[in-house]
Design a protein around this ligand. Structure first.
Ligand code: 13P
Ligand code: ZN
Length: 269
């Protein structure tokens, strides 16, 4: 067996959660990340022995047999880099997704994030659209959160405003952002609602709570959220000031066409 502390997926999770913390996206235990792994990626690092079986509280047959590295509930992102074995867990789903078999981690008796339903249901939804999707990421970026208090939560209007805030936005997330109203977090209900939005969007905003991103790689997913947060920052820096200039809809079309991205045409005037 190779040392799991040297596994690329553990290293990537340590670095990513540290970056998210550094950017202020994950105060205290805020935020959670799950990374889908292939058996070939994990087999050299764990022997397959099941340390514990943890009920998930939902069923997700599409993910049966799949492996995930996931952050723990109540765990602080600032600590992941120093003690990955306590703050992370490697699980394999079984029983149609109703049970998570712990293969490594959560050494203090902990378990996966309370947002496991939203993560797993989102993975299942995104995999149907993009078989290369491997990452689901949730966090609480300050400007985005602030924007959900002062901007309508209509997803067309919210997307269009974000696209107007930075030239690159329509190129980075041409599919736009889905928006959910405030809902009770940590439940199967918000998980199902998030996964429903994930059929259309790689980014889903939870009003007055935070954001979910999904992507092929950790970098892609991080970059999506980073771009939305930057756009929200520009919005919050300017929303109270007279708007003298803007990126017009015809300019956004020009951008999307030049970069060859398939954008939500119904989100522009
Ligand atoms: P967990 O500590 O259970 O991951 O919850 C954090 C969070 O952001 C809830 O939405
Ligand atoms: Zn949260």
């Amino acid at each position: 067996m190779k040392d799991i502390y040297t596994a690329p997926f553990v290293e990537e999770m340590r670095k990513t959660t540290a970056n998210m913390y550094r950017l202020g996206w994950d105060e205290r235990n805020g935020g959670n990340v799950s990374l889908l792994l292939e058996e070939s990626q994990v087999k050299d690092y764990v022997d397959g022995a099941v340390l514990r079986e943890i009920p998930t509280g939902f069923s997700c047959p599409e993910l049966d047999g799949k492996y995930f590295l996931v952050t723990g509930t109540g765990k602080y992102f600032k600590n992941v880099q120093y003690a990955p074995e306590v703050n992370l867990g490697l699980v394999r789903l079984t029983d149609g997704g109703e049970t998570a078999q712990l293969l490594w981690g959560f050494t203090d008796g902990g378990k996966f994030t309370s947002e496991f339903p939203a993560h797993m249901m989102s993975h299942a939804a995104r995999l149907k659209i993009d078989p290369q999707n491997h990452v689901v990421m949730h966090c609480h970026p300050a400007n985005l959160l602030a924007m959900t208090y002062v901007h309508t939560l209509d997803e067309r209007a919210f997307t269009r405003t974000l696209w107007q805030m930075c030239t690159e936005c329509i190129v980075v997330f041409p599919d736009g952002v889905g928006v959910l109203p405030w809902m009770l977090c940590g439940t199967n209900t918000i998980g199902e609602a998030t996964a429903g939005k994930m059929k259309e969007f790689r980014l889903v905003i939870w009003g007055m709570h935070g954001i979910y991103g999904a992507g092929k790689t950790m970098d892609e997913t991080f970059g999506l959220i980073e771009t939305v947060e930057k756009a929200a920052q520009i919005y919050m820096l300017t929303a109270h000031l007279p708007r003298v200039n803007t990126i017009r809809d015809d300019q956004m079309v020009e951008l999307a066409e030049y970069f060859g991205v398939n954008y939500r045409k119904d989100f522009l005037n």
